[in-house]
Design a protein around this ligand. Structure first.
Ligand code: GRG
Length: 298
């Protein structure tokens, strides 16, 4: 199977898994549920659930269905995008090539749709206990999900980012923001797959570091695309960082320096993955996927 056809197959699998966990828009909350549904169905690469399943498979997972956590991480990711696009944050009109949730459903409903997805994520992840032969692994995975999403993870990074908007952000603070805001969910995806599969502590910690390096590279690529991409590629207008007066990695390193750093970080991640292969845990497709992210245009 080629890389492209396997990617297509895995994207469809993640898409089916994620959408099967969404409630039907009906009842008095129909508008809220429609707003959640709209946001979850509007494209997206489904990268985090794909990474989670790949990690689960790499460590030979059995006895627990990772689907619940796969859907949960995508719900949390989508919640963050809905809230990040709000007028109080980035004030963006387009996301994933479509109008943002607050443009279609209004600001109040978009706030609630984000809140709804964040709660639904934990409700969904907790369903993994029902059929798991290893409930203690599900409990550990739930802890990771909450910590990497909350104040020590994505929300903490976003708050620092929001607070410092319009200022010249020192490079080490920018690194902290990227690590929490963007890398934390990617770390969580790889760690949870490993934990649900019963991987040892060293392997879980390696997956965390792979996620960190890939997450930082992913954010730097996002900075590059915001300057050098096109609206068709990124699904929203380019130049949003400049419009919002944001310090990004490109501010410090320029486009070429940022490209070099994204590739260096990807190399670190692949080296760690190769070390896992040396201990008998191997996924050729995950390796190719990590390398392909360094070149991504969307
Ligand atoms: C509002 C709590 C809160 C957090 C916001 C993650 C985040 C923090 C904001 C989203 C905007 C942004 C630039 C995030 C950086 C990570 C990133 C590049 C997200 C886009 O992820 P993709 O490319 O998106 O995986 P798709 O659409 O493919 O799912």
């Amino acid at each position: 199977m080629t890389f492209e056809s396997e990617m297509e197959k895995r994207t469809q699998d993640a898409q089916k898994t994620v959408l099967s966990c969404l409630p039907e828009p009906s009842g008095f909350q129909k508008t809220l549920l429609s707003a959640m549904d709209y946001s979850m169905r509007s494209g997206g690469k489904r990268l985090r659930p794909i990474l989670m399943r790949l990690s689960f498979e790499m460590f030979g997972g059995t006895g627990t269905d990772p689907s619940w956590f796969m859907a949960a991480i995508e719900m949390i990711h989508t919640h963050s995008l809905i809230h990040d696009d709000l007028p109080a944050m980035d004030n963006d009109e387009y996301r994933r090539g479509r109008k943002t949730t607050h443009i279609v459903y209004g600001e109040a409903m978009a706030i609630l749709a984000g809140d709804g997805l964040l709660n639904l994520a934990y409700e969904t992840a907790a369903r993994s206990f029902d059929s798991s032969a290893h409930p203690e692994r599900c409990a550990k995975a739930l802890q990771i999900l909450a910590a990497k999403t909350g104040v020590t993870g994505m929300i903490g990074g976003q708050s620092t980012d929001v607070e410092l908007e319009g200022t010249v952000i020192p490079e080490d603070t920018l690194d902290f923001i990227y690590r929490l805001k963007t890398a934390a969910l990617i770390e969580a995806s790889l760690m949870i797959g490993a934990v649900l599969a019963g991987a040892d502590e060293k392997s879980v910690s390696d997956m965390e570091m792979i996620g960190r390096n890939i997450g930082l590279a992913f954010q730097i690529r996002d900075d590059i695309l915001d300057v050098a991409g096109t609206q068709e590629e990124i699904g929203k207008p380019v130049g949003s960082d400049a419009k919002n007066n944001k310090t990004t990695f490109v501010t410090y390193a320029g486009l070429e320096g940022a490209d070099r750093e994204a590739k260096r970080l990807t190399g670190e991640a692949v080296a760690l993955l190769d070390a896992c292969a040396g201990r008998g845990y191997h996924s050729e497709f995950l390796r190719s996927l990590l390398l392909s992210l360094a070149e991504r245009r969307s």
